[in-house]
Design a protein around this ligand. Structure first.
Ligand code: ZN
Length: 211
């Protein structure tokens, strides 16, 4: 029973991270990282990116010992760190966030802190896949008007590829993907579309001392 999934190619130095499955709850997460404080957001499908807890959908830190947590069940969790383990960030990205530009907002916030995209490594976690994410015309309209790249397969939006296009288009060094659909894997994931209206997976990233 996997509690936490990671991507073998995404290992920034001085960083701890994971994509929690449905088998990782808050209590277990705290027990895995007893020396960390936890920071989370009141997520509202916005494009707001903050350095402290509050209402928004992106959070970043340059402090060690702070675990940034994003909650999802079909939306895409995006974890970011720089190549030297000096900054960590987490974004919550559904279609509204991506279409509104949460990725450019997040990258702008990190650039202002001294971390340009070319120094950043990114991991995309499990989300609803293009196999299952049929969306209405308003979603396509939103992307058409956004000026941002996007990818559909017929009537289905491809969230991870859309995020990847945004990240690479803005010059991020590496994007790693965990290509698992939350809707297709009820044993591992909650899925809003499948009926999990309240339960969320916990994805997290934080900075630790480099040994
Ligand atoms: Zn699927």
């Amino acid at each position: 029973m996997s509690e936490v999934l990671r991507i073998s190619t995404f290992n920034p130095p001085g960083v701890v991270y994971g994509f929690g499955t449905r088998h990782l709850d808050w209590e277990r997460l705290r027990s895995l990282y007893p020396d960390h404080t936890i920071a989370q957001l009141r997520q509202v499908h916005s494009t707001r990116v903050l350095e402290t807890e509050g209402e928004g959908d992106g959070i970043f830190t340059t402090k060690r010992g702070k675990l940034l947590v994003i909650k999802t069940a079909d939306c895409l969790p995006i974890l970011l760190a720089d190549k030297e383990g000096k900054v960590a960030a987490a974004l919550h990205a559904g279609w509204r966030g991506l279409c509104g530009g949460i990725i450019p907002q997040g990258l702008r916030a990190l650039r202002e802190k001294g971390f340009p995209p070319e120094k950043l490594l990114v991991a995309l976690g499990p989300s609803i896949g293009p196999c299952c994410y049929r969306v209405g015309e308003e979603v396509r309209e939103c992307f058409k008007n956004s000026g941002l790249p996007y990818r559909f397969h017929g009537e289905n939006l491809d969230l991870p590829t859309t995020a990847r296009l945004h990240l690479l288009g803005l010059g991020v060094a590496e994007v790693h993907t965990l290509p698992l659909c939350t809707h297709c894997h009820p044993d591992l994931f909650f899925s809003f579309r499948r009926g999990d209206k309240k339960s969320r997976m916990l994805s997290f990233i934080g900075l630790v001392d480099i040994k």
